[in-house]
Design a protein around this ligand. Structure first.
Ligand code: G3I
Length: 455
């Protein structure tokens, strides 16, 4: 009998998550007895008299007794909801994740909203900085438009273009382990701090990339002399140190990048010290380490060839399913380094469909579109014919992204600002023009293609 009682308690703790697609991130926990709990829900508006004050309205509806408590995203205690509107002042620029917990006899539900603040106060509809509607971010509805940055590309024309067109930034390489943690016990957060501070100062979301990646592992980690248990402790300490440093400033992280081996679609082994030292469940361990430090930061798995390789796509969704079962993943990053002539729209759509069906956030994370996939080394300029084909492909990506349900939208990020800064030039060693701006920061037809696709 005692075992049965324990079993009932365990079953009760096994919860079914039925997510709604409302404007908030709403989570409904339904106990097996079928007692529907009260679904937390709230809205907010910006004070007419003070741009840094929001008025929170608890719109939770439910029968019977229930308690509502606020977490204002500033690391303080829960605050009991009072009748009427709650006034909340948000002074510092940045993103605040506000949560409402509602508890009744059978358990609790939660709803959350992220509110962006810049130097002018709370950003209307989370769009900061007096948006130019003809800009990339001005044309995007319900998601941000991102680009990559480096600490030495945050001034002058880079700064002007970033602030006009983008509201999400990803560090191209300076928030990776080989830069932030060059030797054991010695961190170098200089470049990362510059990037994060720039994002916070300008009300631009910062996407952290990438905590764990086999291609950006410092030598001392590759050759770690301790035991496997000591290796795992070191990784836990690294993830804790980084996430605590940027808590409330970096809104999201690629926790693990490119774990799947091309061809086999198994987890990389020979080229992944993490897989070798932490075991087959290293991805779950790393996500758990991140979640243990920051319950509010959005956690992503990121990889490439998701559209062009259906086997790799299936392997990626299997990882996502394992992480979702543990309630550890918020989104998927599809890098989408593609060409003007492929992959097909249907293959890109398959990545979106698999992500949306799992109710995860979709990040088009590293967009660039090769105009010279034939690797013709005699190409000296972007022909108008290829420029228009590239425009059509960017427009296709933007249309696919715009059609994603609001609850699954996150960011549409290009992997570079202007053509001559693209990693592809060194990688392939031939001329190419893969981005939205030419080498003079002038928008190309591809830029217009994205705008048209967003509309
Ligand atoms: O800026 C320094 C320079 O001062 C120094 O002299 C030189 C030699 O050490 O290094 C330069 O930094 C290099 C940086 O690119 C800028 O060129 C780094 O060593 C080099 O590792 C870095 O490569 C980056 C690569 O990831 C590895 O981190 C690329 O910029 C970046 O575009 C690339 O991005 C990856 C994504 O993270 C994951 N998906 C694939 C994508 C393309 O490989």
């Amino acid at each position: 009998m005692k075992n049965f009682r324990i079993y009932k308690l365990l079953v009760f703790l096994i919860i079914l998550v039925i997510s709604s697609c409302g404007s908030d991130d709403e989570v409904i926990y339904v106990s097996p007895s079928g007692t529907q709990l009260v679904q937390a829900s709230f809205t907010y508006s910006i004070s007419a008299t003070d741009p840094n004050v929001i008025l929170l309205n608890n719109t939770t509806q439910g029968s019977g007794e229930f308690k509502s408590e606020w977490n204002f995203g500033m690391g303080d205690e829960l605050v009991l909801d009072q009748p009427g509107l709650e006034e909340l002042r948000l002074n510092g620029a940045g993103s605040y994740t506000i949560k409402l917990y509602v508890t009744n006899a059978a358990g609790f539900t939660e709803a959350s909203e992220t509110v962006r603040v810049d130097e002018d106060g709370v950003c209307p509809s989370n769009i900061c900085g007096g948006i130019d509607p003809s800009s990339l971010k001005g044309a995007a509805v319900g998601f941000s438009v991102g680009t990559i940055v480096r600490d030495n590309r945050l001034t002058g024309m880079h700064d002007e273009v970033i602030r006009r067109d983008f509201n999400n930034i990803t560090s191209e390489y300076q928030m990776k382990m080989d830069v932030m943690y060059p030797s054991q016990g010695t961190y170098d957060f200089g470049p990362a701090d510059a990037i994060v501070d720039y994002g916070v100062a300008n009300g631009i979301d910062v996407h952290g990339h990438a905590l764990i990646w086999h291609n950006s592992t410092p030598d001392w980690v590759e050759n770690f002399a301790g035991t496997d248990a000591e290796f795992e402790d070191m990784i836990r300490d690294y993830i804790r140190t980084v996430l605590e440093r940027y808590k409330g400033k970096v809104r999201s992280w690629d926790v693990v990048n490119e774990a799947i081996a091309d061809g086999s679609n198994e987890l990389r082994f020979d080229d992944s010290v993490f897989r070798r030292r932490m075991g087959a469940d290293y991805i779950e361990k790393c996500f758990q380490m991140a979640r243990d430090v920051d319950p509010d930061v959005l956690l992503f798995y990121n990889d490439y060839n998701m559209a062009s390789d259906s086997g790799k796509r299936a392997a990626m969704f299997a990882i996502a399913d394992r992480l979702k079962a543990l309630n550890l993943i918020d989104g998927i990053g599809a890098q989408l380094h593609i060409s003007y002539n492929g992959p097909a729209r249907s293959e890109i759509q398959a990545v979106v469909d698999g992500t949306v069906s799992r109710n995860l956030l979709m990040h088009f994370a590293e967009l660039d579109i090769r105009t010279n996939p034939e690797e013709n080394s005699s190409v000296t300029a972007l022909s108008s014919e290829r420029a228009l084909l590239q425009k059509d492909k960017y427009k296709e990506l933007a249309e696919i992204y715009t059609d994603i349900p609001t609850a699954n939208k996150f960011a549409f990020t290009v992997w570079g600002l202007k053509d001559n800064e693209s990693w592809l030039l060194d990688f392939w060693g031939v001329p190419d023009f893969p981005l939205l701006f030419d080498s003079n920061f002038d928008p190309k037809p591809a830029y217009q293609g994205v705008i048209e696709g967003f509309q």
